[in-house]
Design a protein around this ligand. Structure first.
Ligand code: UD1
Ligand code: CA
Length: 464
């Protein structure tokens, strides 16, 4: 197969988005539209990826450089934007004559690697090949004009006759072209059309005039070729995509209470018998073990949740780069927050309004109410009382708290790190612990209770 170079067009303004952000940087399923395209293309074997930028070029290039530190992308500036043909012309110096150029739109995010593979196979290094689709309402798109089966031209909507506007087969904006021919055809483009632009689509006429072969690969999946031009279209495509992801998971056996109220902005791997209630959002990489149940209204990012764990409603888990692990049979929430580096062992219980950050809790440990564990190592079966916190930050540095196995920390305690609570020890309610404690000891650090009999409360002074 011929070597493939890619051109992604991303110079357009996206006027209808009515946003200061370049259109291709708006997000679908948690990723910029343009990132979807680049991610897909990088799954193909290609030599070079050239991005045509114009509006917001610096912003677009910055975003890509950050997202793909390892991949050298080439950029071609298009200023001003005189049409899709003019856009590809700017990238022409980046393309080698011996290859095939795959042209994509930066605002068509859901094109699949399989479909691109089919288009390249049809191209076979020799043929101008177009990806097309039949649409119930083709308004606005370039129509595929055929004579018999043979493709003769693409006619833009604004230039089309009434008869041509009745054609439902449209050009999706994706094509594969032998590069040497592409370059020659681009030189012949003129802007004598309804929009006064250099239409890339005019090269089809040139190919036909030259007696070159033009092939059309028709997809039956309109979602893959749908473009984004407005917030309404973006939201519609997001919903359609989320519904498709939900269906894919349900087909694997995941029970999703309402596929219309499900959002996956990354990757979700589920073992058997996982249940997900309504309004949950999954981000980054999330793995759910067998029989895991996720309650309503949870946001879960970059986490591994092991078999049988239950995440009750309104829980927020975000592992960011460090990740979060929830052990098998653990109970988390409602209203719990697990932050990066939270590692919960088997059967751990984290209750309402409990925050855990960069802390390890061994099997069976419990923090059930209103508590904070930061930079802590918590032993097995520890009971961590309501309202207790680790004071892990001295204003300059973070310090660790170590709580031995079987410790009982009473309610409303402050453990001032660095500090170790010896195994089997007890910390009395309301204690502020600043020194490490011995195993098995009771440690109490609070004002002694005083009782004054028959205490007279202050009286209000009489008026006047
Ligand atoms: C284009 C096709 C049309 C097709 C449709 C599919 C042409 C002339 N028409 O129409 O046949 O049905 O896509 O969605 O190609 N862009 C630039 N520079 C420019 C103009 C556009 O980079 O000067 C980029 C845009 O940012 C966008 C892409 O090219 O990513 C397509 O441009 P757009 O104006 O949306 O194309 P359409 O007119 O919709
Ligand atoms: Ca246009």
């Amino acid at each position: 197969m011929a070597t493939v170079d890619v051109v992604i067009m991303a110079a357009g303004k996206g006027t209808r988005m009515k946003s200061s952000k370049p259109k291709v940087l708006h997000q679908l399923a948690g990723r910029a539209l343009l990132k979807h395209v680049v991610d897909t293309v990088t799954q193909l074997k290609v030599r070079r990826i050239a991005v045509v930028t114009g509006h917001g070029a610096a912003q677009v290039e910055d975003a890509l450089a950050q997202a793909y530190p390892g991949i050298p992308l080439a950029y071609a500036k298009q200023e001003p934007q005189l049409g899709t043909g003019h856009a590809v012309l700017q990238a022409a110096p980046l393309l080698e004559n011996d290859g095939v150029t795959l042209i994509l739109n930066g605002d068509v995010p859901l094109i699949s690697v399989v479909t691109l593979g089919q288009l390249l196979t049809a191209c076979d290094g020799r043929h101008l090949s177009l990806l097309t689709v039949d649409l119930p309402d083709p308004t606005g798109y370039g129509r595929i004009v055929r004579e018999g089966d043979a493709v003769r031209a693409i006619v833009e909507h604004k230039d089309a006759s009434a008869a041509q506007r009745a054609i439902r087969e449209i050009y999706t904006g994706v094509m594969a072209v032998p590069t040497a021919k592409l370059k020659a055809w681009l030189q012949r483009l003129t802007p004598d059309n309804a929009q006064g632009e250099f239409y890339l689509t005019d090269i089809v006429k040139f190919a036909v005039d030259d007696g070159d072969s033009v092939v059309a690969v028709k997809t039956d999946d309109a979602l893959q070729v749908e473009g984004v031009n407005s917030p309404v279209q973006l939201a519609a495509l997001e919903r359609a995509w989320q519904l498709r992801q939900a269906h894919r998971l349900m087909e694997q056996g995941v029970r999703i209470s309402d596929p219309a109220r499900f959002d996956l902005r990354g990757r979700l791997d589920c073992a058997q018998d996982v249940e997900i209630d309504v309004n949950c959002v999954f981000e980054g990489e999330v793995t759910l073990g067998e029989g895991v149940r996720i309650g309503a209204n949870c946001v879960i990012a970059n986490a591994r949740i092991d078999a049988g764990a239950v995440i009750h409603p309104f829980t927020h888990i975000d592992g960011e780069r460090l990740g979060v692990q929830v052990g098998s049979g653990a109970l988390v929430g409602p209203f719990a927050r697990l932050r990066p580096g939270a590692q919960l062992g088997a059967e751990v219980h984290i209750g309402n309004f409990v925050e855990v950050k960069n802390s390890t809790l061994a099997a069976g440990a419990k923090a059930n109410h209103l508590a904070y564990l930061g930079d802590a190592t918590v032993g097995a079966r520890v009971n961590y009382g309501a309202g207790s916190i680790t004071a892990n930050y001295d204003g300059a540095n973070k310090h660790r708290t170590v709580i031995g196995d079987d410790v009982h920390v009473g309610s409303n305690c402050v453990l001032v790190a660095p500090v170790t609570i010896g195994a089997g020890g007890t910390v009395g309610a309301g204690s502020t612990i600043t020194r490490s404690t011995e195993p098995g000891a009771l440690s109490v650090a609070r004002g002694k209770q005083v009782g004054i009999a028959n205490w007279q409360r202050p009286q209000k002074k009489p008026k006047g």
